[in-house]
Design a protein around this ligand. Structure first.
Ligand code: ARG
Length: 265
């Protein structure tokens, strides 16, 4: 059974601009955001996930994007250290939740920036880590030494795809969904070399957050409006579950950003 951490969107909104998707003049519609978030929760529960909830906090509109809390590896929780001051207030809430739930909280050395599962995703045994717009490459060295695991650092080159989970989505068999143009030549080669096979997303679907999907074995929960990817996934034997996510895309996030994988006990 998959265990996921989500945070209800009670205080969600576009209150600042820290990525090219966010416009304060284009705020989220609270009622609709709530409906979309609930539909995500219900879908995940129907697919057998255990959902844990973090208490929403006033003044932290991006707390809903729990994928950025950190990275959970076994009983260790590597707490994120955010690039933007607007999100730094979230760190203490994530830290408390994981400490209270029996995890050993690991903090990054001062000044290292790392934004959790948003920029760190396992594909098979390899931990792929994105850097440049948010996480710093220096944090990847810390992860390598801490985890004794192969970490492959890939540079993100398009501001709209500022987190790795906006353009790369590992699948259970060591393959992945990706949008190659979000990476430089080296990153593209590294991904091609380490992934068993790759499903490429077209630009018009990539900008619709097609890669920002939650993968639960054969079931994939992704934003609606990505028919090309759905066809490819159907052909590859996956069941796709499309959900409207436009209220969260306004903040630069979709399905995957709203959930953090917590290994079950
Ligand atoms: N507004 C949030 C930010 O810019 C969105 C975070 C999306 N999360 C993600 N894992 N891609 O930080």
């Amino acid at each position: 059974m998959r265990r996921l951490l989500l945070c209800p969107p009670d205080y969600y909104g576009i209150e600042y601009e820290i990525n090219p998707w966010m416009r304060r003049t284009r705020n989220a519609e609270p009622g609709l955001a709530c409906v979309q978030w609930k539909a995500l929760c219900d879908t995940l529960r129907t697919l057998g996930c255990q959902i844990d909830l973090l208490a929403p906090q006033p003044g932290l509109p991006d707390l809903v994007f729990t994928a950025n809390a950190g990275l959970v590896i076994g009983r260790r929780f590597i707490l994120s250290s955010f690039r933007h001051k607007e999100r730094r207030g979230e760190e203490g809430h994530f830290e408390r939740w994981f400490a209270e739930h029996g995890f050993e909280v690991v903090k990054l050395p001062p000044k290292l920036i790392f934004e959790g599962e948003g920029d760190g995703l396992f594909c098979g045994d390899v931990l792929f880590c994105g850097y440049r717009f948010r996480s710093d490459i220096q944090s990847h060295l810390f992860l390598t030494e801490l985890l004794h695991n192969l970490v492959v650092s890939v540079e993100l080159v398009d501001e709209r795809f500022y987190h790795l989970d906006t353009c790369f989505c590992p699948l259970p068999d060591g393959s992945a969904i990706w949008f190659p143009e979000a990476f430089d030549g080296y990153g593209q080669r590294a991904i091609r070399e380490h992934c068993a096979s790759l499903i490429e997303v077209a630009r018009e679907e990539a900008v619709h957050f097609a890669c920002n999907a939650i993968v639960l074995e054969r079931d994939i929960v992704l934003p609606d409006g990505c028919p090309g990817l759905c066809r490819l996934l159907d052909k590859a034997g996956y069941r796709t579950h499309e959900l409207p996510m436009n209220e969260f895309i306004k903040a630069g996030g979709a399905c995957k950003c709203l959930a953090l994988l917590v290994p079950a006990r």
